[in-house]
Design a protein around this ligand. Structure first.
Ligand SMILES: Cc1cc2nc3c(=O)[nH]c(=O)nc-3n(C[C@H](O)[C@H](O)[C@H](O)COP(=O)(O)OP(=O)(O)OC[C@H]3O[C@@H](n4cnc5c(N)ncnc54)[C@H](O)[C@@H]3O)c2cc1C
Length: 450
C-alpha cells in the first residue's frame, strides 16, 4: 500500500473574498502514523513494514533525538553491549561486555533506521492528535495527516520531574536537571546538592565529587545492585533467570513496578559497582529524602537507616533468587561462588536540614526522575498522573491507538533497547488484528475480545 494524498479545494470564494487566496487543505492519509523516531518508533516501523502496512514515522528533531540532545557528556549505557541490539541489528562489535556511549547509541539507532528502511520525517513536530470518526487527525508543523491507527512512541522520559518546593529555593542557587547538565565544568564552584539516588543521581554525584566539589546527596527509595555478581554482569542474571522477561500481566503490583526508580548502576570500562557505600568512600555526604523548604532551609526526612535496610534486603532477595535459579538449572558449577555484600553504611548523624542561604550549596541537581509529555495529545487517554491509560500498549478507550517504549509496557525489560523487539512485534500484531476487525478494543470498564 502507498500513502494517498487528498487535495481539497475550499468552496469558490464569493465576490467579497475573491481577493483572498482560495484555501487549500492538504491531508495526507496513512494506515498508521508513528510518533517518535527513537528506537521504539523505529521498531514499530520495522514490524509495520514486515506486514506491508503503509506508515510514516514523525520526528520533531533528528533520528535518536533524545540521545543527541538530552544526555550528559559522560553517559554510558548501564546495559552491556550484547544487550544493545534491535530487530535485525545485533551487536556486532568486539566488546560485548562493554557499555555504549550516547554517541554510539545514536549510531546504533541511525543504523537501525537504515536497515529497517523506516519512512522517517525528521523536523516534523506533532502538535495535536484528535480522534475522528475513522481514525486520527494528526496536526504537524508541516501539515495534517489522517491515519486509521497511531503508535505513540514519543518516549517515557520527555520531561525531568522537579518537586514543587523547588520554587522556594533561594534564587542565588543554580538549579539544573539532567537535561541541562552536560559536565562539571558548567557548574559554579562550590557545593552541589544532588537530589535522587537512582542511576542518574549516583552517576552524577560521583562525577561531580571527582571534579573536586563537595557533594551532598539526598536519598529516597532506591534500587541497589552490584555491577558484577558471581563473575557475571547483573543484567546477564536479569536476562538469563527470566526476571526481565516477566510479563506485565504477571507482575504482582504493576503500578509500583512501573514507577520503580532505575537501579544504581553505571557502565564503566572497569565494570565497577557504584552504590552508596562507594559514594560515601568518595566523600559524598548522604542525607534523607528532601521533604520541603522552610525559611530557606532544606528539610530532609529521617529514617535513612530504614531506607538503606530496605534496599539491601531487596538486593539480597534478588541475589538469593538468582542463586536458586542457578542451582535449579544446573549453572552453579559454571559460575563463581555466591556472594553477599556489606550493608549500606548509615552516616553516624545524618543532617536533617541544610541552610540554603549559607553559601554551602551553589547548585542543586534534580535527579528526581522523568515523565512523558502528552500535551499534544487531544484524546482523553491520559490519567491524573500524566500517564497513558493502556493495557500492554493498547490504549484504553481509543480504538486504533497504541503505545511503545513505556515502563513495563509488556515486560519488565520494555524501556530498554533490547526489550523493544518483543513488545513492538506484539503491539503491531494487535494493531494489525484491529485493522482486520479481529483484535481487542479496550474500554475503561471492560475488555472486549472479539
Ligand atoms: C538517562 C537515561 C539513561 C538510560 N539508559 C539506558 C540504558 O543504559 N540502556 C537501555 O537500554 N535504555 C536506557 N534508557 C532507557 C531508554 O532506552 C531510553 O529512554 C530511550 O530513549 C527510549 O526510547 P524511545 O524510543 O521510547 O523514546 P525516545 O528515545 O525518547 O524517542 C522518542 C522520540 O519522540 C520524539 N518526539 C516526542 N514528542 C514528539 C512530538 N510531539 N512530535 C514529534 N516527535 C516527538 C522525540 O524527539 C524522540 O526522538 C535510558 C534512559 C534515560 C533517560
Amino acid at each position: 500500500m502507498t500513502p494517498s494524498r487528498t487535495r481539497r479545494r475550499s468552496q469558490s470564494p464569493s465576490s467579497e473574498d475573491s481577493a483572498i487566496e482560495p484555501e487549500i487543505s492538504t491531508i495526507e492519509r496513512f494506515t498508521t502514523v508513528v510518533i517518535g523516531a527513537g528506537h521504539a518508533g523505529l521498531a514499530a516501523s520495522h514490524f509495520l513494514s514486515e506486514r506491508s502496512l503503509d506508515h510514516v514515522v514523525l520526528e520533531r528533531g533528528e533520528l535518536a533525538n533524545s540521545w543527541r540532545c538530552e544526555r550528559w557528556d559522560s553517559l554510558r549505557l548501564l546495559t552491556p553491549n550484547w544487550q544493545s541490539r534491535l530487530p535485525g541489528v545485533p551487536y556486532a562489535g568486539d566488546d560485548p561486555d562493554g557499555y555504549m556511549t550516547a554517541l554510539e547509541v545514536v549510531e546504533l539507532i541511525v543504523r537501525f533506521a537504515a536497515t529497517a528502511r523506516a519512512p522517517v520525517r525528521t523536523g516534523t513536530n506533532v502538535t495535536s492528535v484528535r480522534g475522528v470518526y475513522d481514525g486520527y487527525r494528526v496536526t504537524t508543523s508541516h501539515g495534517e495527516i489522517h491515519s486509521r491507527t497511531l503508535v505513540i512512541a514519543s518516549g517515557a522520559c520527555n520531561l525531568p520531574m522537579v518537586p514543587a518546593f523547588a520554587e522556594a529555593v533561594p534564587a542565588d542557587i543554580e538549579q539544573l536537571t539532567p537535561f541541562d547538565y552536560r559536565n562539571p565544568d558548567q557548574l559554579l564552584d562550590g557545593g552541589v546538592l544532588v537530589v535522587g539516588a537512582s542511576a542518574t543521581g549516583v552517576q552524577l554525584a560521583a562525577e561531580l565529587r571527582r571534579s573536586g566539589r563537595p557533594v551532598t546527596m539526598s536519598v529516597g527509595e532506591h534500587v541497589r545492585l552490584p555491577r558484577i555478581y558471581r563473575g557475571r554482569d547483573i543484567l546477564w542474571w536479569m536476562d538469563a533467570s527470566g526476571v526481565w522477561d516477566q510479563r506485565y500481566d504477571e507482575v504482582e503490583d504493576l503500578t509500583r513496578a512501573r514507577r520503580l526508580p532505575s537501579p544504581q548502576l553505571v557502565g564503566t570500562p572497569e565494570r565497577t559497582t557504584l552504590d552508596l557505600n562507594e559514594l560515601t568512600a568518595m566523600g559524598v555526604e548522604l542525607v534523607g529524602r528532601w521533604a520541603s523548604v522552610r525559611d530557606g532551609r532544606a528539610l530532609f526526612s529521617g529514617g535513612l537507616r530504614n531506607v538503606f535496610s530496605l534496599a539491601d534486603l531487596k538486593m539480597e532477595r534478588l541475589l538469593s533468587g538468582f542463586d536458586d535459579w542457578a542451582r535449579t538449572y544446573g549453572s552453579d558449577a559454571k559460575l563463581g561462588p555466591a556472594e553477599r555484600f556489606a550493608p549500606t553504611e548509615t552516616p553516624a548523624s545524618p543532617r536533617w536540614q541544610l541552610d540554603l542561604r549559607s553559601g554551602e550549596i551553589r547548585t542543586i541537581l534534580w535527579a528526581t526522575g522523568f515523565r512523558p509529555d502528552y500535551r499534544w495529545l487531544d484524546v482523553p487517554v491520559v490519567d491524573t498522573k500524566g500517564q497513558l491509560r493502556h493495557d500492554g500498549g493498547v490504549v484504553v478507550d481509543s480504538p486504533g491507538l497504541y503505545a511503545l517504549g513505556l515502563s513495563v509496557l509488556r515486560r519488565r525489560k520494555s524501556t530498554f533497547l533490547y526489550g523493544i523487539e518483543d513488545d513492538a512485534r506484539e503491539v503491531v500484531d494487535e494493531l494489525s488484528g484491529y485493522l482486520m476487525g479481529g483484535s481487542r478494543v479496550l474500554g475503561s470498564s471492560e475488555t472486549v475480545r472479539s
